[in-house]
Write a protein that binds this ligand. Sequence first.
Ligand SMILES: Cc1cc2nc3c(=O)[nH]c(=O)nc-3n(C[C@H](O)[C@H](O)[C@H](O)COP(=O)(O)OP(=O)(O)OC[C@H]3O[C@@H](n4cnc5c(N)ncnc54)[C@H](O)[C@@H]3O)c2cc1C
Length: 345
Amino acid sequence: MSLVTMVDLLVIGGGPAGLSAALTFSRLKRSCVLYDSGLYRNAGVAHSHTISGFENADPDDFRSKMRQDLKDYYSDTLEYRKGLITSLKKSDGGFKASDDQGRDVVARKVVLATGLKDHLPDIEGVTEQWGKRIIHCIFCHGTETANLPFAFLFTKSNSYMNARLVDTMLKLWRSLKHTDRYILTDGMDVETEQGRKDAGLEEQYDLIKKLGYKIVSSKITSVKENSEKTSLEIKFDNHDPISVPNMLLFPERFTPSSDAAPLLTEELLGAQLQAWGTIAPPSSGLGASGMPPRMGDDPKTNVRGLFWAGNSGSAAANYTISLAQGQAAGGMAGDQLGEDDLAKL
Ligand SMILES: Cc1cc2nc3c(=O)[nH]c(=O)nc-3n(C[C@H](O)[C@H](O)[C@H](O)COP(=O)(O)OP(=O)(O)OC[C@H]3O[C@@H](n4cnc5c(N)ncnc54)[C@H](O)[C@@H]3O)c2cc1C
């Protein structure tokens, strides 16, 4: 077996963005290899929502179906490899990558579909419940929490994200008619101006009080599922425990995953990562959601031949948007290859 694979396109990442990039690109009958190390952002989530045709599906089933389609229809030009790309550099006419089994890949174009890592507040029990009883998005998992008690957790380290949380809490979550609505500020004293500022509650504090949200400012000591497995038991330093079936939090920050971080250097990308930990598209800025644009103008990077798709370039992209970005990246990689080939004629 040759230790060097030469392909038109290398796709790094086999979540929805990378699988979609590979599918679209495969329509061109050009050679492609896709690597996936399998650390999906929504690992551990049992049911996904808003994926048309797959409503309430296990995300593992969705990815399996996409992989099977690639195998059934495109295995003549596409190779799927379960594994890790450990280095990626620009080289003459394209890119050179190495994997964790000592193999090299020389590719004319690359799609980075490497996802993101969510950083959660350091509170006992939070990581264990992430994607289960602790959720971050109304469209992904909110509807199921309707007509029950609910808590919103504000975290100290990111007043910008807290302000986004207030916005979504007031505009979107109220239609779910939670019977009790708690705001947990984990030690930020919202009776003070500084506490309201840290919690991102400055502008809407009076409205929130008027709407009857119950604010608990005490520091949280633990968040655990109760023994009947029906609710979260939230304990505080200086307040009686509360019991809610579900809680919302926004991650404090995002970074590339540990598998992707070594690849996404300034040297490779021609630009630093954005504050959100995402790859900077050539035209950057905040989109309508207050996050980097969900679609992006296009999935290019600052380096010709290098594309992004999904959460690697767009923290707010869900499955469907990641699929669309993957499709755009796969299509554009093919378009550029055609352009390069024409220039050689
Ligand atoms: C708790 C939670 C629940 C969610 N629920 C929903 C939902 O219900 N509906 C919805 O639409 N969206 C949901 N999302 C969002 C969804 O997870 C993302 O939109 C989606 O995973 C983004 O896809 P992606 O392909 O960009 O990244 P990912 O799915 O994270 O895939 C990235 C892949 O790249 C691999 N990779 C990284 N570096 C390397 C490397 N060097 N070599 C090889 N492979 C590498 C990773 O291991 C991983 O397998 C949820 C997110 C979270 C956190």
